[in-house]
Design a protein around this ligand. Structure first.
Ligand SMILES: [Zn+2]
Length: 194
C-alpha cells in the first residue's frame, strides 16, 4: 500500500521544493495550480496535510533574508532605528514581490504592493522628519521613491522571458537593497549635516 505522501501529486511534483516555499510565503493555491499544472484540491490537501507549521517556519527562515539589519549594532536615535526597521521590512516585501510576480499571483502582488506603498509613505515621512542629513540616509531616499518600485516591478516583468538575465538583475537589486539596509545600521555621523 502506498503511503499518503506517495499518492499526493504535489509531493510527487518535481518542483515540490519551490511549491512548498511558495505556499509557505502565502502564494495562493489557485496561482500555483495554474503554474505547476496541479489541481487546487491537491494543493489544498498537500498544504493542510504535508506542510506542517514547523516546516513552513523552517522554509521561511531558510529563505534569503534580503533586508536583515543588525539592530543590536544600532546606536542611533529612535528615528534612525525605526527607519532601519522600515528598510528591512521593505527588503523582505521586495523579495515577496518577486515571488508573487514569478508565480503570477495577482492578488498577492496587489497586497504586497499596497504594503510597499504604506512602507514608503511611512519612510518618506520619517526621512522628512530626520534633522540629521547624513549621506547614508540621503542615499537611501533614492530607494524609497515610488518610481523606484515601479521601475523595479517593470524591470522584473520585462525580463521574465529571460530567466538568466532576470536572475542576474534581481541579484544586483537585492545587493543594492541589502546595502541600503546595512548602511543605515552603520554608524551615521550625527550632526554631520550635508
Ligand atoms: Zn503532499
Amino acid at each position: 500500500m502506498k503511503t499518503d505522501a506517495n499518492r499526493c501529486k504535489t509531493c510527487a511534483h518535481r518542483e515540490r521544493a519551490a511549491i512548498d516555499l511558495a505556499l509557505a510565503r502565502g502564494v495562493s493555491v489557485r496561482a500555483l495550480a495554474t503554474r505547476y499544472d496541479l489541481t487546487v484540491h491537491s494543493l489544498y490537501r498537500h498544504s493542510g496535510n504535508h506542510l506542517p507549521a514547523q516546516l513552513r517556519a523552517k522554509l521561511l527562515s531558510a529563505a534569503p533574508d534580503l533586508g536583515s539589519v543588525d539592530l543590536d549594532a544600532l546606536r542611533e536615535t529612535e528615528s534612525q532605528s525605526l527607519l532601519a526597521h522600515l528598510v528591512a521590512i521593505r527588503g523582505r516585501l521586495l523579495g515577496s514581490l518577486d515571488v508573487a510576480e514569478e508565480h503570477g499571483d495577482g492578488g498577492m502582488l496587489a497586497r504586497i504592493a499596497s504594503q510597499l506603498h504604506e512602507n514608503l509613505s511611512l519612510t518618506g515621512r520619517l526621512v522628512g522628519s530626520l534633522s540629521t542629513g547624513s549621506t547614508t540616509i540621503t542615499n537611501n531616499v533614492l530607494l524609497t521613491a515610488p518610481a523606484y518600485i515601479t521601475m523595479r516591478v517593470e524591470l522584473v516583468r520585462a525580463l521574465k522571458p529571460y530567466p538568466e538575465a532576470a536572475q542576474a538583475v534581481a541579484s544586483v537589486l537585492h545587493t543594492i537593497e541589502h546595502d541600503a539596509a546595512g548602511s543605515i545600521t552603520a554608524k551615521a555621523p550625527i550632526g554631520a549635516a550635508a
